[in-house]
Design a protein around this ligand. Sequence first.
Ligand SMILES: [Zn+2]
Length: 352
Amino acid sequence: MLSGARLLLADRDERAASAAAEALLNHGVAHVHTVGSTAAFLEAGRRPPSAVRAWDIAVWDTGLGGDDDALTEFLDQWYAQNPGVPVVVTDETPSTRRALAALRGRAADMVERDDLPGLVAAVTRARHATPAPPAPVPEQKRVSMLVIGAHPDDVEIGAGGVIHLRADDGWDITVLTLSHGAGGGDPERRGDEAQRAAQIMGARLVMEDLPDGSMTDDSATVRIIERTVAEARPDVVLVHSDSDTHQDHRAVHRATLVACRRVPRLACYQSPSATVSYHPNRFVGLSESDLEAKLAAIRAHGSQSGSRWYLDEDLLRSTARYWGRFSQARYAEPLEVIRDATPLGFFAGDHA
Ligand SMILES: [Zn+2]
């Protein structure tokens, strides 16, 4: 039944290892290679001795250490490097929890270490069972999105709904606000409001301290943006459009183009000061709850309400409703795509 099989066996105890090897050799196994540690086991898995060339089956004893999670992880590692080579796990006193961990790791079987007939039977079953399925594809890195604005509340107004939608999808979202907006109120209070707003949208906030009203697109601004780009490693960046009457917004747009030159996707949101030259070509449909989150985030900027015409909820809601006509949803936020270097028709988590 086991004739010709080449088997790798790991056990900390040399005596136990040779007893198991003997039992297996007596049942037709052609070659047993024993090792005394998990590291040696994985290494031998990667590079079988020349006499063996390739493994047919492996036996690993839990006495080599690690908890249940480590067992599952180790088995994943094994199957990633030796797909189709089943592992039988031995354990001095098998417990249900251990067996479940072995099962999660797709072990072929789990048997008591001293039960040699049991081991032979398990190895025989494993040898003739269908090979283990291929290792699962490693979990993809979460999509990272960076949304850049000149002043507190810019990002909320331009992309608050998109941020909430994508945060709900599990994206990792950073809001970079380049000033504390001292021109519009107490910077400290505005900082607190921005924090609360980011929290409502589901984003993390980074605040810088460029001068409100006189931002430039020089190398200092580029470097400040690059710092957050290096840290957030975004797949997507959203920023002000160049078609904007506010000089800070234009400066931030231009500095962002430089700082994000290697980011695959870059698009511009609509600010209240955008001009009619703003040409959106992408419309992200929003649910009622995305819109509500956007409005709540904007309301968090309490120091601004009442003094700014563009914070009027009726206007914000009807603007989202208006853009909805270009999307398949009732509400939408528009984006003007500057660059999209992702393969056509594919983007992880992208369904807008
Ligand atoms: Zn602004």
